[in-house]
Ligand binder design. Structure first.
Ligand SMILES: [Zn+2]
Length: 82
């Protein structure tokens, strides 16, 4: 049971909550030397993880299914980070 963030109603017991991302922020991941272990034949070799950049979730809320679908439809019309 949970309270929907958008319509503020409490759900019925045993219904699944939908996690809706409201905000994201750009982030960078540093490279990690020798982080990936891979076996080549009988030898285990360590490879570097290159790191990179992407987006991470800044704010996420629980919502009911109908509100989550409506929110997703609105997101398509206007991109979250433009
Ligand atoms: Zn709702």
């Amino acid at each position: 049971m949970y309270r929907c963030h958008f319509c503020k109603t409490v759900s019925q017991p045993n219904t699944l909550a939908n996690r809706v991302v409201l905000e994201t922020r750009p982030t960078e991941y540093p490279s990690r030397p020798k982080a990936q272990r891979r076996r080549i034949g009988r030898k285990i070799k360590n490879f570097d993880d290159p790191g990179g950049a992407g987006y991470e979730i800044a704010r996420e809320v629980l919502s009911c299914r109908s509100c989550a679908e409506r929110h997703a439809a609105e997101q398509v019309e206007e991109p979250a980070f433009a």
